[in-house]
Design a protein around this ligand. Sequence first.
Ligand SMILES: [Zn+2]
Length: 330
Amino acid sequence: MSNKGVKPNYSEMSWLIFHEEFQSEEDCYAWLFKTRWPKGFICPKCEGEEYWPISAQQRLYKCKSCRNRVSLTSGTIFHKTRTPLLKWFMLIFRMATSKTGVSINEMARQLEINDYKTVWTMAHKVRKAMADRDNQYRLAGLIEMDESFFGPSSSGKRGRGAEKKELVIVVVSIWEDKAGKERPGFAHAFVVKKANAETIEKVLKRLDVETKEIKPLIDTIRSDGWRSYQTVTKKLGIVHNRAVLLDPKDSMKLLPWTHKLIANAKAVFAGPHRGVSKKHLQSYLSEVCYRFNRRFWGKEVFHRLLYACATTSTITRDELMLKKVGQLSP
Ligand SMILES: [Zn+2]
């Protein structure tokens, strides 16, 4: 690897910066090897440290003690890929450093991949890594919670056309800085079928500890919802601060962070993605949240995403297409 302790300047976000570190397949595989096995090869079956290389091209190794075959890409989103890793890493670089998300057509051109579907599937695998990463984070303290409709001509208003739209619950944790000013922390968004008490409880349990003996980490919910929230907060022993809206425009003031995130997501979906299908809305929301949650990470964001991709299992195109809409995944 050519990057010898020189910190790249991601504020420029140029390919030159990327290529300081990754110029060839060899660079990418070396990075992956080092990330999976920082202290050298370890057989996942018997912890043996010696191996025979079976296939250099497919990066297959055979453990000398138990003869287990180990693929360097197993347990990563790159498993069984036919696309060069350099192209994968380039896509990840763009997805990590872009403010709004990438256009698949544009990426197909830049990566010189003729098949749109291939790039589309790759991007969804990266989104899965993003979602898997964020699923490990729990929220605590005060959270802001709101609902919005996403879909064709997404005005977010209830009423006509709403049945064609998808309902999304957005949650942002809030913390106070030293001056006592409220700041947004971590965000999550979920596609749901209804915003009833049962769903809200499921969302809260996804965001928080599920064990009954432990007091919930979330202690206060701020929302403009009423009955469903009242039922759930009572049941779970959480305070519900209801934001009473006299004018719908007040929601910007009373629930500013969920509104910002919703507006941001809608702008992104109308922009580079030119509309988002129902089936994959959850993945795109996960991407928006992932980016929001790392807005202060600056130059680290690329390596963190690369790491997330190298430490989570892949998803096949068939599995992607079979995904159900509006189901809270565990
Ligand atoms: Zn072994």
